[in-house]
Ligand binder design. Structure first.
Ligand SMILES: CC/C=C\CCC/C=C/C(=O)SCCNC(=O)CCNC(=O)[C@H](O)C(C)(C)COP(=O)(O)OP(=O)(O)OC[C@H]1O[C@@H](n2cnc3c(N)ncnc32)[C@H](O)[C@@H]1OP(=O)(O)O
Length: 295
């Protein structure tokens, strides 16, 4: 199969319209794309039009600029190819996603910092605003930006004995309004205020109790359960499902679209504060110590 490389993403040339091309329909599952270092594996089931996107950036799937860009491009391609569903999951054992790569925000190059934030905005706009039915198969820990990715999805299935939440305040930083709005849409205003101010990391079981996740299943059943739930979404007439989702989310999406550059400036100005840099440095130090103690 011929391949081409577009900005680090390998795309199968034989799939110009992946959900309808006869050559594709004969196959059950096709690897649509993978990044240069295979950080992102995207397979599309050509029968159902459901893509499975596996994050694979060891050790913890932290979101740096390049990884975010890969995710954003992949989402754009899936949308353009009229994929109907997306299952977002991880290929890294015990980790769904550790959130933003703190090294992008600690002692940053200010130009790159702003591009980094725009790339996160892009991912959010594409995932939260996606026409596809989206399900997070949360097969590992999911702090901060990891929780954001999960809450952008329409439905969340999680394995036991992990943690999920927006823990930003514990790092001395603040989740922006669109993180807040996304969480509010899932667990409501009061629980979000509680979660954000205390930077709570919920256990899987606690997350189920507050409906931050919809379902808990054993580790090896997370992806099969997501595939099963996806069938329910795909049974609904496409336009009705998409318009209903749009009705629920459009205002929130538009809020960021209209304020993107203000949001970038606010992030940059906050990130370069001395007190914030000190907090991030201490947090990184703590993570390193913890990691060394394990070795
Ligand atoms: C200025 C900013 C203003 C506003 C921004 C607001 C939005 C911010 C959103 C964010 O997402 S901030 C990131 C928050 N993320 C976290 O707090 C997660 C921190 N990590 C962990 O809790 C754990 O690593 C874990 C994900 C639970 C996994 O634990 P495990 O024991 O499996 O791994 P370990 O801790 O040993 O980590 C391995 C390795 O990875 C490094 N690491 C971990 N997380 C990050 C990260 N988010 N960014 C960069 N690097 C990370 C860790 O230091 C270890 O590195 P080492 O082996 O080289 O020491």
């Amino acid at each position: 199969m011929a391949t081409l490389w577009t900005r680090g993403i390998q795309v199968c040339r034989a799939l110009p319209r992946l959900c309808t091309a006869p050559s594709v329909q004969r196959r059950t599952s096709v690897r649509l794309m993978s990044t240069e270092k295979d950080n992102l594996l995207v397979d599309v089931d050509s029968k159902t039009g459901v893509a499975t996107m596996q994050m694979n950036r060891p050790p913890v799937n932290s979101l740096n600029l390049e990884f975010l860009t890969s995710i954003s491009i992949a989402l754009e391609k899936l949308e353009n190819e009229k994929c109907r569903g997306l299952i977002l999951t991880s290929d890294v054992p015990k980790i769904f996603c550790a959130g933003l790569d703190i090294l992008e925000m600690y002692q940053p190059d200010v130009e790159r910092l702003q591009v980094f934030w725009r790339s996160l905005q892009d991912v959010w706009l594409r995932l939260y605003g996606s026409k596809m039915a989206t399900i997070a198969a949360i097969n590992g820990h999911s702090p901060a930006g990891g929780c954001l990715l999960a809450t952008c999805c329409d439905y969340r299935i999680m394995a036991p004995n992990y943690t999920i939440g927006l823990n930003e305040t514990q790092l001395g930083i603040v989740a922006p309004f669109w993180f807040r709005d996304t969480m509010c849409g899932v667990i409501g205003h009061r629980e979000t205020e509680h979660a954000l101010t205390l930077g709570i990391m919920y256990s899987t079981e606690e997350a189920l109790n507050i409906k931050l996740v919809d379902k808990v299943v054993p580790q090896d059943k997370v992806i099969p359960a997501a595939q099963e739930k996806m069938k329910q979404y795909l049974k609904i007439p496409e336009v009705a499902r998409q318009l209903s989702k749009d009705l629920m989310r459009r205002e929130t999406v538009e809020k960021l679209r209209l304020r993107r550059e203000d949001d970038v400036a606010a992030f940059k100005n906050f990130a370069v504060r001395e007190s914030v840099q000190k907090s991030l440095g201490m947090y990184l130090e703590m993570l390193k110590k913890k990691s060394q103690q394990k070795k």
